[in-house]
Design a protein around this ligand. Structure first.
Ligand code: NAP
Length: 491
């Protein structure tokens, strides 16, 4: 059985898959099936388990789940108050050590590799520290933080298998709600690419499926060529990609919104965007395409001109793009809590995501919590490596760069990873989607090799302590310095 994209869906494997697996008979007898009928027979044998078939040969478990980790209050009539893990990955790793259970080999990935002991220990630590609980039932599937899924131990001999990654947001230590999976959550950033066509092509080849662009980056035609090259070579399909672009500040007037997306789509060579964001909560004077494209921050007279605008009307024009099939999702970038409330107050189609600057110098805890918990938005984070990309713009100094920060270097050494990987992993463990840019193929690869290690709670705490509320991308600073217009948005 394989888990499909979302929680608690299973799919039968093609028969030939069985023959490749070196796992013994007991494993087959317990879980693997060749036909739908055999699968149904297995599932029907699990008392209390109910399920339904979906159109695409997936089945969904419908019976009421129970918690995998429960507070035991009574034991043999005695009052005890103790968290207990039931048939979880932890039970396999730290409990029930007997002839049937070798803890070091107790969990295997779907390709049969054993899960490293260090990873299992990290999961055990995480779960025990956070009292993590997931509503779960015998025969159901268990998931941790987007990467791990398993089923019941039952009375089971042989290794437990991790079949697929799926999504689940850990919020305050609890897997509260399951959202559709984001496979390949790491996002390739397109700002300031020196070789946009090649870098986009290389990124897709290296496995990135999410691309974050904008009209303002001035490279959508080259990005489009890179995408097309990857599609032509069959590296992936358009459906596999999640492509974001952004509405520039000069196009906030509702009549300009459809023109702006059409121009981005034309340049990118696409029929639709997966996501279109309002780039900044700053409305600027319209600049016609033929005068300057992208218009950047200044008009033809070299002035940055902020104009009065009703952002609600802009949002309604964004909603029309979804109606027209031009954008699958719409969202916000560089908006604060109050800006988000404003949009929510009139939104017919709610913003699905918020994109903000975030790195160890700017941890944005309240804004992330508000966006996720109150506004139900996904949060993607730009400049996840901190100051580096602002050095060339004189918006940061060498002292701001985090790559040699002793705390991060120590954590990186401990995990045998680079400092960049530690910062990206920190973003992922906070359930944000890091957007990272690189023109260098080695770093492109490095920046998505983030899943063979796990930051411990003490690592996370130490990184959290680096917060300085230091913002490098602040229109309240750079607009005045560069364009002579004072334009604060976060205050
Ligand atoms: P970033 O990805 O954190 O940093 C990029 C810089 O770090 C580049 O100079 C890159 O150089 C270097 N780098 C990348 N990987 C590295 C590694 N493993 N080790 C050492 N150095 C590494 O920051 P960003 O470019 O500011 O932001 C990322 C993306 O976020 C942008 O491309 C854009 O898509 C988005 N963004 C959005 C907004 C917004 O207003 N919504 C604003 C800024 C950015 P090399 O290229 O030489 O590797």
């Amino acid at each position: 059985m394989l888990i499909n994209k979302s929680a608690r869906y299973v799919r039968t494997l093609p028969p030939e898959d069985d023959t490749k697996s070196p796992i013994g008979r007991s494993y087959y007898n317990t879980y693997n099936v060749k036909t739908k009928e055999e699968l149904e027979a297995k599932l029907n044998a699990i008392t209390g388990l109910e399920y339904e078939w979906k159109e695409d040969e997936c089945i969904r478990i419908t019976s009421e789940p129970i918690s995998a980790i429960r507070m035991i209050e009574q034991h043999h009539g005695q009052a005890i108050y103790q968290w207990t893990f039931h048939n979880s990955v932890i039970a396999a790793f730290v409990g029930w050590q007997d002839s049937r259970n070798n803890r070091k080999e107790s969990i295997r990935f779907g390709n049969d590799e054993t899960m490293p002991e260090q990873t299992l220990q990290a999961i055990a630590d995480f779960m025990s520290t956070n009292k993590m609980s997931y509503p779960w039932k015998k025969g159901d599937i268990f998931a941790i933080n987007n990467r791990l899924a398993m089923h019941s131990r039952n009375s089971f001999t042989g290794p437990r298998r991790v079949y697929a990654a799926m999504s689940g947001d850990v919020v305050d230590g609890h897997l509260r709600k399951l959202q559709p999976a984001i496979h390949n959550p790491e996002t390739f950033g397109l700002w300031k690419l020196a070789t946009p066509e090649d870098s986009v092509y290389n990124a897709i080849k290296c496995g990135y499926r999410r691309l974050d662009g904008a009209c303002d980056y001035g490279n959508e035609e080259a990005v489009g060529r890179g995408i097309q090259r990857a599609l032509d070579e069959g590296i992936c399909t358009r459906d596999d990609l999640y492509i974001t672009s952004k509405l520039w500040n000069t196009y906030h007037d509702p009549k300009h919104v459809p023109l702006a997306i059409e121009r981005s789509l034309r340049d990118l060579g696409l029929e639709y965007l997966d996501e279109y964001l309002i780039h900044f909560p700053i409305s600027m004077e319209f600049v016609p395409f033929e005068e300057k494209y992208p218009p950047e921050w200044k008009n033809a007279e070299g002035k940055m001109v902020v104009v009065p605008n009703d952002i609600n009307k802009t949002w309604q024009a964004m909603e029309s793009l979804v109606d027209a099939g031009k954008a699958r999702h719409i969202g916000l970038s560089n908006f604060n809590c109050q800006h988000i409330r404003q949009v929510l107050s009139i939104a017919r189609i709610k913003p699905t995501s918020l994109q903000i600057e975030c790195h160890p110098h700017l941890s944005q805890e309240k804004l992330i919590r508000f966006a996720r918990d109150v506004a139900n938005m996904r949060v993607s984070v730009f400049s996840p490596l901190g100051a580096i990309s602002y050095l060339s713009l004189s918006m940061a100094t060498d002292q701001d760069v985090l790559l040699e920060n002793p705390v991060l270097v120590k954590i990186a050494d401990k995990h045998k990873k680079s400092v960049a990987q530690i910062m990206l992993r920190w973003a992922i463990q906070r359930n944000t989607l890091p957007i990272c840019k690189s023109d260098n193929i080695q770093r492109i690869t490095e920046n998505r090799s983030l899943y063979d290690f796990y930051l411990f709670k003490e690592d996370i705490d130490e990184i959290n302590h680096l917060n300085l509320n230091r913002r490098y991308n602040d229109p309240g600073v750079f607009c005045e310095l560069a364009f002579g217009t004072f334009c604060p948005i976060y205050e």
